[in-house]
Design a protein around this ligand. Structure first.
Ligand code: ADP
Ligand code: ZN
Length: 743
């Protein structure tokens, strides 16, 4: 187990040390530092930050610095588990208690708390208010209460949780313990509810910008979306992503289509059993599934930091929901993409749905929100500006990382074009919905046209030269400009306004934005912001990144944790670019703290060396002064650093008859590191007692499987083919042995 570090003086300097030592980051993000200072001064604190903004660090770092245990209230079991796993992987002693934890385990966690071993204890709200638990907490030294997803307390919010309303008990029972409330929902009502219900004392409120500059925002026309999504996904074989659909049926169909193209995709919706859903979610967290096609039931509590894209198959109901869903991409800060498919048909069906609400005021509110969503989708100016504006923030300049900024629309005189459409509207006696109007303009022949006698009108076929999508875009611009409106109650018929009549009669000019097909609008990023996020990697860096990713996946499978708990994508990208091969260089990579270095540093250095090592030969000299003046990671006495080659040391101990676990224990390294040493040693021709790791019959079975797969099979395929019977270590040793036999 991990041991609680000694408490430090609660200063920003020690907070920075903790950030470097445990998280491997050099600096706090702008607001984190002020939040941490406020928390350490013992004041109540409210933190409003977007998903991925870095809320966790705000209470975790003070928890490590200060004496006692920080009790974290968190609404979802999956979320707790992920956070605790990530903390442990960084070397911070933490546990969680909820309904999924058995009694004997709870007892042992309780005794760890009483002995002061834990720095953070996560609990569900149900557990917190259950009989006896408060009494138990009263026996602990509690540094602070952190209320995660604090918006769950507000009945105004979308994630209301009745149990959260009982949390005022904390202030009543622990009047002197500071409370920190954290959420990614920033509206005024929710904020007020949080402060009142938690009985906070004049809390300092930190409202961070809701901007997520690493998200590339794209809106595409909703035609042929299945084909377009399949193309998008297959072009990104190693990027995890989520597609949101409105209906369960769509989820299943699209997931099936993707599977047919060889994509590891799964679906997720409320019609599945809890077990089915949990297993799909788990597979996604572990990178076993690349893509999840889900209804919005999916996502809350997904802490996966390497989701690279989110697609909306349908128009979301409002901007709040949209922003929350796209916020699940790129939480690690690396570039990520959000694509929204927009079709007017979606607006119509959402309208139908929303007007059915029994409460007319609510229904009016939802319709207004839908309109704002529609305006966003149809906008011809910087999309990020529109989004931030919606949340009450202003962006001083255009973002440079949305489809409009990357490829600003050109304007032209659209008067004549508009007149054709307006004239057709009038001649069709204002009875035609948008699709029919376009068909008439383009001179199509279908039943509706023949029945209405529309091929007789003067403007029939007057817009033949333009494709459907272009017309679709221009008519929408006319709607937005107020030349036309839709009579929803008359089958969505288009009607002309006074302004429209003026344009039709030539009393007014109409500038229009030229329609651009999707591919063109998604050229390489441009502008300052886009370039300053991790940037476009070189080919070599991409290849190495891919290898490091596979290594991460292998270790994650061996240790039964999600890959991003080992390292985030950002960290791997930095490794691929910098190629650190010494301890100092590795520790300088963002996200590599002491514990992670101890556990994985060696194997990753080995992979980098195998790939070709440091780009700059001077970097291979380890002029490392060793101890970095950081507080000791654990109370465990630190072993003096060994002299000599690390592989040589493992070899000596192996020759002395020690098992892998014993060597790991002796050397204070992870067993996976020692296994990697053994492989390298064996590959280099050293004498290794292979029979200790691989029996004759195991070797025979693995070799047969290799032969069945043919060629030089991927380990992953071999692993699957053998139904996960053998771990990767055995699989690799078998391959090495076979190679040796063949000479
Ligand atoms: P939130 O809880 O607000 O959604 P997280 O706490 O999960 O955000 O942080 C998002 C990502 O940013 C994580 O990968 C985290 O490790 C990283 N991060 C947080 N603080 C920093 C920092 N100061 N420097 C670099 N990365 C950071
Ligand atoms: Zn923009």
């Amino acid at each position: 187990m991990l041991f609680a570090p000694e408490p430090l003086a609660p200063t920003l300097a020690s907070a920075r040390k903790v950030l470097k030592q445990y998280y491997g980051y050099d600096t706090f993000r702008p607001m984190q530092e002020s939040i941490i200072a406020n928390i350490m001064s013992g004041k109540d604190t409210v933190v409003l930050m977007p998903t991925g903004g870095g809320k966790s660090v705000c209470f975790q770092v003070p928890a490590v610095v200060q004496e006692g245990v920080c009790v974290v209230v968190s609404p979802l079991i999956a979320l707790m588990k992920d956070q605790v796993e990530a903390l442990k992987a960084n070397g911070i002693p933490a546990e969680y208690i909820n309904s999924s934890v058995g009694q004997s385990e709870q007892n042992s966690i309780a005794s760890d708390c009483l002995n002061g071993y834990l720095k953070l204890l996560y609990v569900s709200p149900e557990k917190l208010v259950s009989p006896g638990f408060i009494q138990f907490l009263q026996r602990l030294r509690i540094s602070m209460f952190a209320i995660d997803e604090a918006h769950c307390i507000s009945s105004w919010g979308h994630d209301f949780r009745p149990e959260y309303t009982q949390l005022r008990i904390l202030r009543e029972q622990f009047p002197r313990v500071p409370i920190i409330a954290l959420t990614a929902t920033a509206d005024r009502l929710t904020q007020r509810d949080i402060q009142q219900q938690l009985r906070m004392h004049e809390p300092q409120v930190f409202l961070s910008s809701f901007d997520r500059p690493n998200l590339n925002l794209i809106v595409r026309p909703g035609q042929n979306r299945v084909g377009s999504i399949v193309e998008f996904v297959t072009a990104r074989p190693s990027e995890a992503g989520i597609v949101y659909c409105l209906s369960r049926k769509q989820c299943e169909t699209l997931a099936q289509k993707l599977k047919e193209k060889g994509v590891r995709a799964g679906h997720y919706h409320a019609g599945m059993t809890p077990n089915q859903r949990a297993s799909v979610q788990e597979a996604f967290l572990r990178d076993d599934l690349q893509v999840i096609v889900a209804t919005i039931a999916f996502g809350m509590g997904i802490d996966k930091s390497n989701v690279r894209w989110v697609i909306h198959y349908n128009l979301p109901k409002n901007i709040e929901g949209y922003y929350q869903e796209i916020g699940r991409a790129g939480r690690d800060g690396a570039p990520a993409t959000a694509v929204l498919y927009y079709s007017f048909a979606d607006v119509m069906s959402l309208r139908d749905m929303l007007t059915k609400d029994a409460d007319p005021r609510l229904s009016q509110l939802s319709l207004t929100k839908l309109e704002r969503m529609q305006q966003f989708a149809e906008a011809a100016s910087c999309r990020r500006k529109i989004l931030l504006n919606y949340f009450g923030e202003t962006l001083p300049q255009d973002c440079g990382n949305c489809d409009i900024c990357r490829n600003p629309p050109t304007t032209f005189d659209g008067t004549e074009l508009a007149q054709k459409a307006l004239s057709a509207v009038v001649r069709m006696r204002e009875k035609a919905p948008i699709g029919l109007l376009i068909d008439v303009l383009r001179g199509m022949r279908n039943q509706a046209i023949i029945q209405g006698g529309y091929e007789q009108i003067k403007t029939y076929g007057a817009g033949r030269d333009l494709p459907y999508l272009d017309w679709y875009s221009y008519i929408h611009q006319m709607l937005n400009d107020g030349l036309l409106y839709i009579a929803y109650e008359e089958g969505y018929a288009l009607k002309i306004t006074d302004l429209g009549k003026q344009v039709l009669q030539g009393q007014r000019q109409l500038p229009m934005k030229k329609f651009q097909p999707a591919e063109k609008a998604e050229k390489q990023p441009r502008g300052k912001k886009a370039a300053s996020t991790a940037g476009v990697p070189t080919d070599a860096a991409t290849q190495l990144f891919e290898r490091l990713r596979q290594l991460r996946k292998r270790i994650a499978d061996e240790q039964n944790v999600p890959p991003y708990v080992i390292f985030t994508d950002t960290t791997l990208q930095e490794m691929a670019a910098e190629r650190p091969v010494t301890r100092t260089a590795m520790l300088a990579i963002g996200g590599v703290g002491m514990k992670k270095f101890e556990n994985y540093g060696e194997v990753f250095i080995k992979a980098i060396l195998e790939y070709g090592g440091a780009p700059n030969p001077a970097d291979t000299e380890d002029n490392d002064e060793d101890e970095d003046g950081l507080p000791s990671a654990t109370r465990k006495p630190r072993r003096p650093r060994e002299a000599g080659d690390t592989h040589e040391n493992t070899l000596q101990l192996h020759r002395a008859g020690l098992s892998i676990d014993e060597i790991a224990e002796r050397r204070n390294l992870a067993a996976s590191t020692i296994r990697a040493h053994i492989e390298t040693l064996y590959a280099k021709g050293h004498a290794i007692r292979l029979e200790e790791f691989l029996s004759q019959s195991e070797y025979a079975e693995i070799t047969t499987a290799r032969a069945q797969l043919g060629g030089e099979p991927q380990l992953r395929d071999l692993f699957d083919h053998l139904r996960e019977k053998y771990d990767y270590f055995k699989l690799r040793l078998a391959a090495l042995y076979q190679k040796r036999l063949k000479g």
